[in-house]
Design a protein around this ligand. Structure first.
Ligand SMILES: C[S@@+](CC[C@H](N)C(=O)[O-])C[C@H]1O[C@@H](n2cnc3c(N)ncnc32)[C@H](O)[C@@H]1O
Length: 347
């Protein structure tokens, strides 16, 4: 029976001593966003420099200080990420008025500069568009020029590669084939615009819900399927409510999550232990969507498809023939912060 392991740790990710050097294949994460007011407290608790800059209304000092906090975590990410591994970072830029001056703080370009300076290859990124229909979303001088501001309704998913292209060993080659995604998934996942809606959070405690800033399961699930193979180790140094752990379970990868706030870690625990149905729904949807896609093909196109070797559906390309999609059979805790996931067998 296939199994994966998942660890969640309550710690400050600027020190990830529990994780050996170069032992992680993929990082999928979303940090607290510098210059977004809801994160001011989190940053000033971690930095006197930020606290002072906030007090002095020193916008550039705040921006620099907050990114210095993140840099310490990125330094640790760099240490634990394997050569040829990927880092996928969801980040939004911030707009804010400080001392009467409205401006944009470009978090994404600051983070790109950090990874480029460390020698990473900066790969094409994804715009995650989160459209709001609110009529009050526009800021500034209304219908009178020239003091209105463009409304920001997107975030970025930055993608970096450490070192050169990954080479796969013989056993990894088999797992890579198993980990293939569908042709039609490729066409959507590898586009540079994702229009995902944020999921309604099911966190009961209001104070915790307000600070969670979770991304949708779909976002992490796609990235993990795109940039790792089964059995790989996925890390989220800013785990929040545990979305990356859940997506790793669904994608049959191992994972480690680090989170500073113990109350959010409690949310992760609950989500992991109750996650089986939600994850199987996503896994089943993947297959249902594929069956729908195959059913939509004309006779001529269908005739050019292949039989999958381990499933009873057809696939569009030869590369998809050996893919295996398992459902989650059981998730249980086997030690403090350690979870074991078992998967259904494929005949
Ligand atoms: C944007 S949220 C992550 C949300 C997460 N992607 C999810 O789906 O729930 C950022 C998280 O980073 C945590 N955090 C902030 N500084 C940290 C640090 N130094 N080490 C570990 N976690 C930290 C915050 O408590 C917060 O939960």
């Amino acid at each position: 029976m296939k199994k994966t392991q998942h660890k969640i740790i309550n710690a400050d990710a600027s020190n990830m001593d529990a994780i050996p050097d170069e032992s992680v294949n993929l990082i999928v994460t979303s940090p607290p966003y510098p210059m977004i007011e809801m994160w001011d407290g989190v940053f000033s608790e971690q930095s006197e420099r930020v606290k002072t800059a906030l007090g002095n209304k020193d916008a550039q000092g705040m921006f620099a200080g907050m990114h210095a906090v993140l840099d310490k975590v990125w330094d640790e990410c760099d240490r634990v990420l394997a050569n040829n591994g990927f880092a996928c970072i969801n980040i939004g830029d911030a707009t804010r008025t400080i001392d009467g001056k409205f401006q944009l703080f470009s978090n994404h370009s600051r983070i790109i500069n950090y990874f480029a300076s460390k020698g990473y290859s900066v790969l094409p990124d994804i715009i995650w568009r989160k459209k709001s229909n609110s009529p009050t979303k526009f800021m500034g001088s209304g219908m009178l020029p020239a003091g209105a501001y463009v409304t920001y309704e997107h975030e970025y998913i930055l993608i970096f590669r450490k070192g050169n292209k990954r080479r796969f060993s013989n056993s990894e080659r088999r797992l890579r084939q198993e980990s293939a995604y569908f042709w039609e998934e490729r066409n959507v996942w590898f586009s540079d615009l994702w229009e995902l809606i944020g999921v309604a959070q099911e966190i009961k405690k209001k104070s915790v819900r307000e600070r969670s800033a979770a991304y949708p399961l779909e976002l992490a699930y796609r990235l993990i399927n795109m940039y790792s193979i089964k059995g790989d180790m996925v890390l989220d140094p800013f785990l929040g409510t545990g979305t990356t752990t859940l997506a790793s379970i669904a994608a049959e990868r191992n994972s480690i999550g680090i989170e500073l706030d113990p109350s959010l870690l409690e949310v992760s625990r609950e989500r992991i232990l109750k996650g089986k149905d939600e994850l199987n729904n996503r896994i089943n949807k993947r297959i249902d969507d594929h069956l729908g896609f195959i059913a939509s093909l004309s006779g001529e196109k269908l005739a050019r498809c292949y039989d999958a070797n381990f499933h009873s559906f057809k696939v569009k390309t030869r590369q998809e023939k050996n893919m295996i999609i398992r459902s989650v059979r059981d998730i249980h805790r086997f030690a403090k912060g350690h979870y074991l996931c078992e998967y259904s067998d494929i005949e």
